[in-house]
Design a protein around this ligand. Structure first.
Ligand code: ADP
Ligand code: ASP
Ligand code: MG
Length: 417
């Protein structure tokens, strides 16, 4: 007997037929004698609709009320799945975040889980009950519902798996594992049997939305055995109930991977924007004067490039922010204009960041050079570059995002066949 947390994303619970199919996946594990907790997302498209309603109600809405609205999608699916399970004879009960409770911090809209009391869940396991938990939500210190940021049900699932010391956390989605790049962009992408935590962290934070970044961090810290697998396969196909080696991709320690490639994946993020401040005073404190107020306004600044000063007194500073934050960033900068002291500000939206990821880069030279050469051959202009030990990120015009992903995927030999 094992204890398993199963998470089903939006497309997996998109309608009643899919919810019934999810119930069959759950039944398979229950019939095998396992203790099961299920975490569900809202039906696909639902959260987007709810978010749009809050914006329509007021563009400057209160984050607590945003949470009250957007958490409702998961409440519906948790109840529906509990009913579908009961209908096929399984003892199931739905749980909202506040009922467990899943305690979060006060950052409404992007809250972090602080603590989960798993004792009630464990007691119900012992009574043979399946817990169907609404993902994406918890209870803030103000005793109000708080949501965990987009894609947050992955994090709910891994955090619950850690809290109840589950043997495994299965993230069921609409693809059958983690691929070398988004299979919707590059059909030649290959599914990986395993991927190291560090690489998955980079992939997720650089745009591969198959897992929320925070879920990968939690899996790494709490050593949760996490698999990404498909809910669309026949729940009763051979091997689906394999306890140690279920189909899908295992996120694991680097040491568990026998043949480490130099580059393991390509990620991309669209809707990036670039802001440039022209002719700034080149003196100590100028970066703090720019990025301090942006951080206070919760604007996520990513790449930062400062030009070398030509005359020793003036310089240019360029950085990227999500396109949706450009207006806010410009307002913040304008309010600080006297303090920062710049001549002009320029901005460009519709950019994309394409990233090459691989632990093997630590010990291999020349990886970046091949990327630059390959993009140049396709006539793709590079606007900015950042690197770390295990990734290279390149900012380009958004219109070339797909071409750049496919080009890099092929250059590093990731195409299948
Ligand atoms: P869910 O609703 O189940 O949470 P998501 O839409 O959040 O599913 O994540 C799954 C999607 O992630 C896939 O449909 C795929 O298009 C996308 N994706 C992006 N990069 C990758 C990758 N490297 N491997 C697999 N899927 C990826
Ligand atoms: N429903 C939420 C979202 O769409 C959470 C999730 O699906 O993980 O972001
Ligand atoms: Mg998701």
């Amino acid at each position: 007997m094992a204890r398993i947390v199963m998470k089903f994303g939006g497309t997996s619970v998109a309608d009643m037929d899919r919810i019934r199919n999810v119930a069959r996946h759950v039944k398979r594990e229950v019939d095998a004698g396992h203790e099961v907790a299920v975490v569900v997302s809202a039906m696909s498209g639902k959260t987007n609709e709810l978010v749009a309603w809050t914006r329509d109600a007021s563009p400057m809405h209160d984050a607590r009320e945003y949470d009250a609205v957007v958490a409702s999608g998961e409440q519906v699916t948790s109840g529906l799945l509990a009913i579908a399970l009961q209908h096929i004879g399984i003892n199931a009960r739905s749980w909202q975040g506040w009922q467990i409770p899943i305690r979060t911090d006060n950052a409404h809209g992007a809250a972090r889980i602080l603590e989960i009391d798993g004792s009630d869940l464990v007691r119900r396991f012992k009574e043979g009950q399946v817990a169907v938990i609404a993902g994406f939500q918890g209870l803030g210190p103000d005793n109000r519902i708080a949501t965990l940021g987009r894609g947050g049900s992955d994090t709910s699932a891994v955090a619950i798996a850690a809290a109840v010391k589950a043997d495994r956390c299965d993230i069921y989605t609409d693809v059958d594992g983690v691929y070398t790049t988004d299979p919707r962009i590059e059909p030649k992408a290959r599914r990986m049997k395993k991927i190291a935590f560090e690489e998955m962290l980079e992939m997720a934070s650089l745009g591969a939305k198959v897992l929320q970044v925070r879920s990968v961090e939690l899996a790494m810290v709490h050593k949760v055995r996490t698999f990404v697998r498909s809910s669309f396969e026949d729940p009763d196909a051979p091997g689906m109930g394999d306890l140690l080696n279920p189909p899908g991709t295992l996120i694991c320690d680097e040491e568990e991977i026998v043949e480490q490639e130099v580059v393991t994946g390509i990620a991309y993020a669209k809707d990036e924007a670039q802001i440039s401040l022209r002719r700034l005073a080149d003196r100590p404190g100028v970066s703090a004067a720019i990025f301090g107020p942006l951080a206070e306004a919760h604007i996520n600044v990513d790449m930062i490039v400062q030009n070398i000063s030509e005359d020793g007194s003036k310089t240019d500073m360029t950085f990227t922010v999500p396109s949706g934050d450009v207006d806010k960033a410009l307002r913040v900068l304008d309010a600080q204009k006297d303090k920062i002291g710049f001549d002009a500000v320029q901005n460009e939206s519709g950019l994309a960041k394409v990233s090459v990821i691989g632990i093997g880069m630590r010990s291999h030279a020349g990886v970046a050079a091949s990327a630059f050469r390959a993009l140049a051959e396709k006539g793709i202009n590079i606007k900015a570059i950042t690197t770390s030990e295990i990734k290279i990120s390149i900012l380009i015009d958004g219109a070339y995002a797909e071409l750049a992903v496919r080009t890099l995927h092929s250059v590093y030999g990731l195409d299948k066949g």
